[in-house]
Design a protein around this ligand. Structure first.
Ligand code: GLU
Length: 373
């Protein structure tokens, strides 16, 4: 799948902005915030919904207090966050306010996200804000977060919010151009990996623990977050937040940063809307559900809808129960002609045979993943 294909239907974007991007000479880099907000306003005008997870409350509060060295204790960090958070919100509020867009503050901890009732409250609040065209600005509630209820860092917070908001894309803006194939501080040959199809051991090794002076995430934490988010079927991008036009370019599918592709089964099961239905006979059902096989024309007994090659379609048994969802190799008109036939007859009936199967197993999600659809 290409970048463009992955990002075509994206409308709800979660943007995580790290401390390294937002910190400047005054504690906060106001120019960068303006630049990012301008990009987000532009996306909003084009119909995107934006949710922000933002850091830098602690760094900003620390600067306000004129503290230069590291903060000594947890209470100091919490106090700095309480000072910096208000300032951070004012800056976002002013930047969006110029475009007559309102922002809303949400401060969350782990116990808010793991408690079912609170989780639902958060979800309802977020969806109402988005309905109203307001931009939610989220941070960890550092003032009350002690170790037991701490999310840890905003990369993990953003991953959890991606799930709650059912985001279509997560963009993690940081101070590097993306995930490098080796440590760029140690090797001149280091290159940004443009697309990650699957988070393998090699990829995890490429992500070192090193963090910048501000912020708590580091690349390892970003890759861990990418793992969670792509497992929900959501694409994930790591890119450089200070680069001009970065958000616009990324949403347009331009080749910047590192794109982690969503896991395919989840994408098929949860994200893509089906364009038609195929009813299968008992043999077809057995092949899909019990034998882990592809769907062949011989197993199909009925076709509903007007779908084309590559569209997602549902497979049902003769009683109408959903068995699987997959990307079809043949359009509806073609399946109507070849259903019930042996694979060897496809060429004779259609005059061509691009595939043996109607849906290949690799492009299919079977019942378990579909049960709550
Ligand atoms: N919540 C912290 C802050 O706003 C930052 C945590 C992080 O950077 O991951 O300062």
């Amino acid at each position: 799948m290409t970048r463009k294909e992955t990002l075509t239907d994206v409308k709800r974007v979660l943007i995580k902005i790290g401390s390294a991007v937002l910190t400047g000479d005054n504690g906060l880099d106001l120019d960068i915030i303006e630049q990012l907000v301008d990009d987000m306003v532009d996306l909003k005008k084009r119909g995107y919904h934006i949710v922000i997870v933002t850091s830098v409350a602690i760094a900003s509060g620390k600067h306000r207090m004129g503290i230069t060295g590291p903060l000594k204790s947890m209470p100091q960090k919490q106090a700095a966050a309480a000072i910096g958070q208000g300032r951070l919100m004012r800056v976002y509020s002013n930047a969006f306010g110029k475009h007559r867009i309102y922002v809303a503050q949400l401060l969350l901890t782990m116990s808010d996200l793991t408690d079912r009732k609170r989780f639902l409250n958060i979800r309802n609040t977020l969806s109402t804000l988005m309905e109203w065209g307001v931009v939610p600005v989220i941070n960890e509630n550092d003032t009350v977060a002690v170790d037991e209820i701490k999310i840890g860092d905003n990369d993990q917070l953003a991953a959890m919010i991606a799930n709650i908001t059912e985001a279509h894309l997560v963009i993690n803006l940081t101070n590097t151009d993306g995930l490098y194939d080796r440590n760029p501080n140690r090797s001149k040959k280091a290159k940004v990996i443009p697309i990650v199809h699957e988070i393998s051991e090699v990829i995890e090794q490429a992500a070192t623990d090193e963090t910048s002076d501000v912020g708590s995430g580091g690349m390892r934490s970003k890759v861990q977050a990418a793992k969670k988010v792509t497992a929900f079927g959501i694409p994930y991008i790591i890119a450089a937040g200070k680069e001009k036009g970065i958000l616009r370019d990324l949403c347009a599918g331009k080749d910047r940063g590192t794109l982690f592709l969503p896991m395919k089964e989840h994408l098929i099961a949860f994200t893509l809307r089906s364009r038609g239905k195929l009813t299968v006979d008992d043999g077809g059902k057995k092949a899909l559900v019990e034998e882990g096989k592809s769907l062949l024309p011989s197993g199909v007994i009925d076709v509903e809808g007007d779908f084309h090659v590559g569209d997602p379609v549902l497979c049902l048994d003769s009683g109408g129960k959903i068995l699987a969802k997959g990307l079809t190799n043949y359009g509806a008109a073609e399946v109507r002609k070849i259903m019930g036939l042996k694979t060897s007859k496809i060429q004779q009936v259609l005059g061509y045979k691009d595939y043996d199967e109607v849906i290949h197993r690799d492009n299919m999600a079977v019942d378990k993943e579909l049960q709550h659809r």
